[in-house]
Design a protein around this ligand. Sequence first.
Ligand code: ATP
Ligand code: MG
Length: 621
Amino acid sequence: MAADVAPTDPLALRAAARSAPKSFGRLSQLVGASVSLVWSAARLLFLALVALQLLAAVALAAQVLAVRELLDAVLTADSQGDTGIVLTPIVMLAALTAVAAVTTALQGQLQRLLGECVTRTMWSKVLSVATGVGLRFFESPEFFNRLNRVQTSALVRPYQVTQGLLTMAGALAASLGLGLVLLRVAPVLLPLVVIGGIPMLITSRRESRLEFDFAVEQTPTVRLRSYLAMLQTGRPEAKEVRAFGLGRWLGNRFDGLYATYLHDLKRHVRRRSILSLVGQVGSAVVLGGTLIVLAGLIARGRIDVATAGAAVVAIRLLATQVQTLFRGVQTIFESGLFLDDLDEFLAYGRPAGEEDSGAEAPESFDALRAEGLTFRYPGSETPALRGVDIDLRAGEVVALVGENGSGKTTLAKLLAGLYEPEAGRILWDDRDAAAFRPSSLRSRISVVFQDFVRYALPATENIAVGRVDEPADPLRVRMAAAAAGADATLDSLPHGYDTVLSRMFADGTDLSGGQWQRVALARSFYRDAPLVILDEPSAALDPRAEHELFSTLREALHGRTALFISHRFSTVRGADRIYVLHEGEVVEQGSHDDLIAQDGRYAELYRLQSDAYVAKEMQRR
Ligand SMILES: Nc1ncnc2c1ncn2[C@@H]1O[C@H](COP(=O)(O)OP(=O)(O)OP(=O)(O)O)[C@@H](O)[C@H]1O
Ligand SMILES: [Mg+2]
């Protein structure tokens, strides 16, 4: 999987950034990507903004003509003593200025709206890929890095892209309009003005390259910095940060990184400012030359004063527009990395979309069989599972035991259809589960993971997320909670089942570890799937609660089949069959009595635990 992922290692990225052409071809590719992003977000708004840019450009060019009319009228009125003729150009100029002001104001607001639309579209695309891709992607650092970068950029980049695009379009149109006007009023000056743009062109290209390199160079430290900030602000981390007194230590590291960043930033800003100064001075020199030529033309009577005045205005405006154009180009270049990242991130979703095809999984089964399951985590040398065979018959309660790292959770993930095996298959009554549509297979399985999610949502929803394709049914929620032994706890909350189970939100509360575990169990019962997989469902339960859970488990399951993982042999005893995993292999299987009689690994582990209890009993006596 990792092979088809482009390099995201900072060094590789920097090299890629250096060699990435800042050519016209690259610019047009980026403009294409930006337009398609903005277009897919809000085409009408985008078109309206482009139209406004054109209107502003026309108004700008017309202003130059109006200035000439006005100067002409003033001079004529002066010689003829008729002041009435200046009125029309004054009104025209005022109207054009008003149009320009109104369009600018409107553009600002509409751009803000468009930026939000682009952000929203981008987020929904990114999130749908993030939740749609297979779990194996989350084992890939490349995927995660890219996801992280897209998320970090998501706040500002969409605005930058839209702004860059519109700025470019507007400045291009305005430059063309002003160029045409200048061509009409004083054609000799046009080449000079165009030459005036060249210093800016050169330095702004160099500037954008600097910016790009800087961004790439800083990516790793910026990410480390935000990770350190997250450690200091995260709720789950808050306990440990205090208990170990990490606040100052983390703060110092954060500060140190920031200091280095600021130092680099100063150097970068200095370089950029010098470059930009050189460009501006160069342009100013050429502009000065243009004005000297203009003065010469007036002196020789080749051009009248009104036209010369209009030309000065046109040149000033044009110089500004050319600068704006380059700024737009630069913005687009600067967003290039983000656009590439976004594109490549979204590409992860394309094969995932096709993945969800296949036959509908059956509603139930008589026998579920795993045959020779072998699995290796991406990028890992040793297999986590090696030729595992297990059988589950309808209605059975089967236990999976084994030491830490023996592969229990991995087997649960494979059975739940979250990973595909490298070898072997899972049969649902002789039908290979690989042929089922993954989402349909998953809907037939209910899993409670060791590290289940504690949703910061009301208790009802925490249980009803077990089946989100139907509206939550309060009665069934209560039944599931009762089966999991969570009923009394939830009822006693300040707002009962409507209480938000997190203190992150107003009026919320938190539960103890064991109470949470019951809520997670209730969620799995609510799902109503023929196969229930429970990964250490009682690890956080007190002995009485655990005893109650297992003595009522069969009743709570309502004939569903359950596979549960546990380290507590007292709960495992009652299972119909027990599989013992060791280093990814099933080494023993059978009922508790069978396994004790075999006197193997299970018997040894069992004795270790029961001896510990007996020893405590003896001590007490
Ligand atoms: N996401 C992962 N990427 C790479 N290796 C992993 C990953 N998750 C688990 N492993 C490895 O796979 C092996 C089996 O892990 P698994 O989580 O299945 O063990 P387990 O039996 O559930 O252990 P425990 O009792 O601690 O929960 C271990 O060697 C572990 O290091
Ligand atoms: Mg585990």
